[in-house]
Write a protein that binds this ligand. Structure first.
Ligand SMILES: [Zn+2]
Length: 260
């Protein structure tokens, strides 16, 4: 491989950064054509670093990189969209960090997935002027679909029969709805309200422009959130700290509103 072949240009959304040594970062980026890329950015933590302001999580940045053996090396970075509105609002930021964390956890390195890239970019753009709580559940169901874990919402995941409304439950370990007759051994089975099932089906087949105008009551939203997290937990196989953070921030916001 010649030097020119080793150098490549890409835009990427910064999922997270890890400190490396005294002054460097390892970045986890999500790119349109190369999927998740891990790369070193040297000197980014120095006070006078010019590159440091372009490599913060959430940012969409344009990079010039050199392909490395394990990690690539970032030669240049220029922020394209800092998503300032998100980064200056704790509630939006907690949602964005959860979104980024999910993408980081569910995707493998160097596997191109343009659907996930576009979903991530659209979701961050929608988050800047988000007015309701539908964005996160919508993102979760679409991310599951784009990553190969599309939930089954029409046929029993155990016997394959078409689900009869109100004679259904949900099995996150098997990735979908389960009928009342099936009771497989050693898997979690959760209740699922009819409203939540209808909302999930609507989210699965719709664009966000239609989803964003839907009014969903608080109980249904909570049920969807728990259920989608259970599905993601099954797909990813580990807890995410940012999930607790997003809930802590939401509870604090409710508490502070009550105190006014
Ligand atoms: Zn069944």
């Amino acid at each position: 491989m010649s030097n020119t072949e080793k150098i490549y240009k890409t835009q990427g959304i910064i999922l997270r950064h890890y400190p490396l040594g005294e002054t460097d970062y390892i970045l986890s980026l999500f790119t349109p054509n190369r999927g998740k890329v891990r790369a070193i950015v040297k000197g980014a933590r120095k006070l006078k670093s010019r590159i440091g302001g372009h490599v913060e999580p959430v940012m969409l940045t344009s990079f010039l990189l050199t392909k490395g053996h394990n990690l690539d090396l970032i030669n240049q970075a220029e922020c394209v969209d800092s998503f300032r509105i998100i980064r200056e609002d704790l509630t939006k930021l907690s949602k964005a960090l959860y979104i980024l964390d999910l993408v980081d956890a569910i995707t493998n390195e160097s596997q191109s997935n343009n659907d996930v890239y576009l979903l991530l970019l659209d979701t961050l753009k929608n988050l800047t002027n988000d007015k309701n709580d539908n964005l996160i559940p919508y993102f979760q169901i679409k991310l599951l679909g784009s990553s190969g874990f599309m939930p089954e919402l029409y046929q029993c995941v155990n016997c394959g029969k078409e689900i009869v409304m109100n004679a259904h439950r949900f099995c996150p370990d098997r990735g979908g709805v389960i009928c009342d007759s099936c009771n497989p051994f050693n898997v979690r089975i959760l209740s699922l309200s009819l409203t939540s099932l209808k909302v999930l089906r609507f989210f699965q087949r719709s664009d966000y422009s239609h989803v964003s105008i839907l009014n969903i009551d608080g109980d249904t939203n909570k049920e969807l959130q728990d259920l989608l997290y259970a599905l993601l937990f099954s797909a990813i196989g580990k807890e995410l700290k940012s999930y607790r953070f997003i809930n802590d921030v939401a509870e604090e916001t409710v508490d502070s509103l009550k105190g006014v």
